[in-house]
Design a binder for this molecule. Structure first.
Ligand code: NAI
Length: 432
């Protein structure tokens, strides 16, 4: 290693391959690279000491190296035991970053890695960048004195955000936190486009299925469901949607999808996809009714949406046919095809667009900069959303890619609309 950094990765020899992966990601991450260029003189994260716990992949490496260019030191662990790109972790370690992550960590390794990022010699972290809330949780429980000195937490996932709101409610949140997950710029782009593009990729790579004419049951018509349905429809699938929310059901109907109860179509569909963020959306009872060869997968919340545990009974046989593809064989010989054991199929079976990661990373970096540089008292010990102005700034960073030319308000128009010519351009309640 170039520096004196401590680290733990699978195989440092793979660093050159990992560096290439990072360079490829940089090409498709124009916004975060622009931020790196714009802010590396100012060093807005000078002396920031960040504990990072996110997926350790090429896109995250681009974020990590940006944070470093803006003046931060970081220690980084994985938020998921399967998602680490070992060669990328090697490249980061080789470049002098303290990274603790490898693909296929045990539960014990997982917590050891996070602990290594929190608790090290001559290291008092002052910021946390979390995806799932595990680093926050560990520091709060195991190192409460250290936690008190944190200036801000930036949280990316729905689960982590939920945990933060709970902490805040019970009065245990002693630092300001930024909910990046629900910022407009994240949900409207990451959730929608990354799922729109990766659902097809995941199904294709794992099953080689042809989409034309296939019948699909899509559970949930939020951002993820809307993205998936568009892609499937475009390839000629017949898509049925299930919803609990009348507004989303009406959106699905007017977008041209039949809104049904899962039971009404379950015997006929070729593919079932969950995108609800809920639990037990596809049950054993549903799976009993599926036809031979039906593909079942989850794009929503961790592994709760499909009742996979109810398939682990003695009367059913599991046959692993490919990595991330299991056939579940019923007593009558019927097989259903379960992808990624019900975990997020796109994270397990495909890659997600780097461009979406650029938007999310730029949002995370700006949230860190904001909390780190905020005047004392600006943020209380609560959970905040990114300001509209910062959402707009993330978009501005990405517009040059498309050679998009924004129209400027004239003085007269700005006055007429009651807006500043430099934004924000919409009120907080505007929904895009
Ligand atoms: P959302 O809240 O916009 O959409 C979820 C929809 O499911 C809602 O409209 C809700 O009414 C509906 N729903 C809830 N329970 C249902 C049920 N039992 N049956 C039918 N519909 C039901 O959320 P969004 O942004 O679409 O995200 C959904 C999930 O996907 C979340 O858990 C999120 O964390 C996850 N996600 C996954 C990504 C991936 O890369 N695979 C990317 C982004 C988010």
């Amino acid at each position: 290693s170039k520096g004196f950094a401590d680290f733990c990765v699978r195989n440092l020899q793979q660093h050159a391959f990992g560096r290439r992966e990072i360079e490829i990601a940089e090409q498709e991450m124009p916004g975060i690279m622009a931020l790196r260029k714009r802010a590396s003189d100012d060093k807005p994260l000078k002396n920031a000491k960040i504990v990072g716990c996110t997926h350790v992949n090429a896109q995250t490496a681009v974020l990590i190296e940006t944070l470093a260019a803006l003046g931060a030191s970081v220690r980084w662990a994985a938020c998921n035991i399967y998602s680490t790109q070992n060669e990328v972790a090697a490249a980061l370690a080789e470049s002098g970053f303290s990274v603790f992550a490898w693909r296929g960590e045990t539960e014990e390794d997982f917590w050891w890695c996070i602990d290594k990022c929190v608790n090290a010699e001559n290291w008092q972290p002052n910021m946390i960048l979390d995806d799932g809330g595990d680093a926050t949780h560990l520091m709060l429980k195991k190192y409460p004195a250290m936690f008190k000195l944190i200036k801000g937490i930036v949280e990316e996932s729905v689960t982590g955000v939920h945990r933060l709101y709970q902490l805040s409610k019970s009065g245990k949140l002693t630092v300001p936190a930024m909910n990046v997950h629900d910022s407009v710029i994240k949900t409207k782009f990451d959730n929608f486009y990354s799922c729109k593009e990766s659902i097809i990729d995941s199904l294709k790579r794992s099953t080689d299925i042809m989409f034309s004419g296939k019948q699909v049951a899509l559970c949930g018509y939020g951002e993820v469901g809307k993205g998936c349905s568009q892609a499937l429809k475009a390839l000629g699938c017949i898509v049925y949607v299930t919803e609990i929310d009348p507004i989303c059901a009406l959106q699905a109907s007017t977008d041209g999808f039949r809104v049904v109860k899962l039971n009404e179509v379950i015997r006929n569909v070729d593919i079932v996809i969950t995108t609800t963020g809920n639990k037990s959306v596809v049950t054993r009872e549903h799976m009993e009714k599926m036809k031979n060869g039906c593909i079942v997968c989850n794009m929503g919340h961790s592994n709760t949406e499909i009742d996979v545990k109810d398939l682990r009974t003695p009367d059913l046989t599991w046959e692993k046919v490919r990595s991330q593809v299991d056939h579940i064989i019923f007593p009558d010989g019927k097989r259903i095809v379960l992808l990624a054991e019900g975990r997020l199929v796109n994270l397990s079976c495909s890659s997600v667009p780097s461009f979406c990661a650029s938007i999310t990373s730029a949002t995370q970096a700006l949230a860190l900069i904001e909390l780190y540089n905020a005047q004392p008292g600006r943020y209380k010990c609560d959970v905040y959303l990114l300001s509209r102005k910062m959402d707009e700034y993330v978009a501005i960073l990405h517009l040059p890619t498309f050679d998009a030319h924004l129209t400027e308000l004239s003085d007269e128009q700005a006055k007429y609309m009651g807006l500043s010519k430099t934004g924000p351009f919409k009120p907080n309640y505007y929904r895009y």
